[in-house]
Design a binder for this molecule. Structure first.
Ligand SMILES: Nc1ccn([C@H]2C[C@H](O)[C@@H](COP(=O)(O)O)O2)c(=O)n1
Ligand SMILES: [Zn+2]
Length: 163
């Protein structure tokens, strides 16, 4: 009989986006994204960080004050779109830990992505999120908040060493 406790496609792709988020150097919010085609093939991943060539150590990670991270950070969704290397994203789905902002929403729409699956909507009342929902809705993009069956998905490197 086949295993019964395998993870769903949704859990797999959201899991990949959460794993990508672990690469983020942002001390406050780590976001990952995973773009998938209609055959459940991963097209691209990304996480929030500074642009290539801009050192993580020489730009600010502050949220407030004179010099903040906001003008410099590339969001996870945009990085995933840019990392796709010119592949067509038409009809694709983007899995992302945090609901996309308006800037990422524009890129999502223009790239042809048709569905956004997200986990967290902690900035639901921000102008950027409201604008994002407005344009994603107008563009006919499906929005789906994922309710995971399990709270935890454990990766155990040690177990694999014993096989
Ligand atoms: N959908 C999103 C929303 C935000 N981000 C990035 C941008 C920042 O690095 C961080 C948010 O920082 P906070 O204001 O919570 O300190 O998350 C993203 O990549 N995708
Ligand atoms: Zn964004």
């Amino acid at each position: 009989m086949k295993r019964q406790d395998y993870i769903s496609w949704d859990e797999y792709f959201m899991g990949v986006s959460l794993l990508a988020a672990k690469r983020s150097k942002d001390p406050n919010t780590q976001v990952g994204a995973c773009i998938v085609d209609s055959n459940n093939v991963i097209l691209s991943t990304g996480y929030n960080g500074f642009p290539v060539g801009c050192s993580d150590d020489n730009l600010p990670w502050n949220r407030t004050g004179e010099d903040t991270k906001y003008p410099y950070v590339v969001h996870a969704e945009l990085n995933a779109i840019l990392n796709s290397g010119g592949k067509s994203l038409r009809g694709a789905t983007i899995y992302v830990g945090l609901f996309p902002c308006n800037e990422c929403a524009k890129a999502i729409i223009q790239s042809g992505i048709k569905e956004v699956v997200y986990l967290n909507d902690k900035y639901a009342n921000e102008k950027s999120t409201l604008a994002s929902k407005r344009i994603l809705g107008m563009a006919g993009i499906k929005l789906r908040r994922l309710t995971p069956r399990e709270k935890n998905l454990v990766l155990n490197f040690e177990n694999e060493l014993d096989r």
